[in-house]
Design a protein around this ligand. Sequence first.
Ligand code: TXA
Ligand code: MG
Length: 347
Amino acid sequence: MIVKETLVLNYFDKNKREVIKKAAFIIKEGGLVAFPTETVYGLGADVFNNRAIERIYLAKGRPFDNPLIVHISDLSQLELLASPIPPEINSLANKFWPGPLTIILNRKAGIPSGVSAGLSTIAVRVPYHSAALELIKEAGTPIAAPSANLSGKPSPTESAHVIEDLGGKIEAVIDGGTCTIGLESTVLDLTGQEPVLLRPGGVDLEELEEFLKRPILLTSGLDIKKPISPGMKYRHYAPKASLLLFRGDTKKSKNVMEAYYYRLVKQGKKVGVLCTNENKHIYPDAVVEMLGRKANLQEAAVSLYSALRKLDRSQVDVILAESFTEEGIGLALMNRLQKAAQQIIEV
Ligand code: TXA
Ligand code: MG
């Protein structure tokens, strides 16, 4: 299917119902529609349409061994996709769905394997955003949707980011404004003896452990030797310029980052900086993208991807980035910064 122009459908239009109907029609016809979720924008296709699933991989330039997340509108649709369904799903879903938690289960026989990149498992979540829920209901089918960015680029948190990456390659995008969480869902694997965290995200690890009343094995982070989640082995969320991440004691790493900054400016480099509001004044000649207040990790989560895209547009030579504590959403934030980084400078 050749797409000439990507239709931008405004979710805030007073005729919202028509907007959703149009988007759902495109999905049912085998087209691709990007839509907002509370985490990031997803690139959706009918899970039962093999050709549409294949087009997702092609449009994103996504490696064919990196499986997709399937979005459902409520727990009852899970039976269509997974089997067996472990009993703890009910309480987990009650607590965390709709919301930014993706659960890996065993894939039901008959579900096309392309969506799972050939794995015997399947990733599922119920998104919180009303546009996403209405679209799934209207289309009458679960919707497979990875983040709606070109593979390897920062995920889109606004419809303009989707157009930047996929304009002319997909049929439509529903513009629902800026995503409220700004980082992707937490991915939890429930197919083994122990629950395993494959990707930190919108639901805090601490909250999940407290709820499950047992420890969750961690496989994400930089020190993983063998990637379990297929998506882990690729460099992600990466801006064009090399990103240097400064990690360790707050005061020391601030000093070291400042020293790098002055050295690079002296070399005539155009320096981009990702820092908290309170540190902006340290970098007078840099292109500074502020990530909110140090004490409020959610502000950094919401602005990170958009800040990386802005730095790309400013064509900086190098990006220096401050670290955050790894508590709550900070774990996901640091995970994304580490994956975007060319080099981590431990102090
Ligand atoms: O918040 C989100 O999860 C967003 C929105 C659109 O829902 N989606 C998203 O999808 O981030 P994507 O494709 O960018 O990331 C999906 C992650 C990848 O790391 C992938 O490897 C992992 O989930 N994944 C998907 N299916 C899996 C499976 N069967 N087993 C292990 N990992 C899986
Ligand atoms: Mg992604």
